[in-house]
Design a protein around this ligand. Structure first.
Ligand code: HEC
Length: 126
């Protein structure tokens, strides 16, 4: 390989790494701690197991308010939301404000970093 090609490849790699850092996702292991402390009480992680809230297994890409076997939806019933990172962040920050109507999830996770981390963890729940 020519020296020039190596330099171009090196630059591309550095740029990829830099942009990766710029969009740094959350830390799933820190998110697991947040989840245990703040969410698990209402949201089991096993599919099909529900408490005050539904199981949060496999949330991303799912239509909100449609977890099978959970019948206590209030605000999310008939909503037109497909969960992604961006709307999940807004939901967790302030469910009622995000929905624009009453919801039975009264909890707010105000710390943005904790939200990013817990979202990263939730991606692992299958
Ligand atoms: C006090 C109980 C409680 C706590 C604590 C709580 N939730 Fe919820 N959550 C609910 C309830 C109840 C709903 C259903 C809301 C509705 O339909 O209005 C819900 C709904 C959700 C949904 C949407 C589920 C779906 O089927 O679309 C997500 C995602 C969610 N919660 C994430 C979290 C996360 C992450 C945390 C921790 C940071 C958390 N919740 C903390 C009770 C809770």
């Amino acid at each position: 390989m020519s020296k020039r090609k190596i330099i171009i490849l090196g630059t591309a790699l550095a740029m990829a790494l830099a942009s990766g850092a710029a969009f740094a996702a959350g830390d799933a292991s820190k998110g697991a701690e947040v989840y245990k402390k703040k969410c698990l009480f209402c949201h089991p992680t096993n599919p099909g197991v529900h408490k005050m809230g539904p199981s949060l297994a496999a949330m991303f890409g799912r239509k909100a308010g449609t977890v099978p076997g959970y019948h206590k939806y209030k605000g999310l019933k008939d909503s037109d939301i497909i969960w992604d990172e961006s709307n999940m962040d807004k939901w967790l920050a302030n469910p009622k404000k995000f929905l624009g109507r009453r919801t039975s999830m009264v909890y707010k996770l105000k710390n943005a970093k904790k939200r990013t981390n817990v979202i990263e963890y939730m991606k692992w729940l299958k």
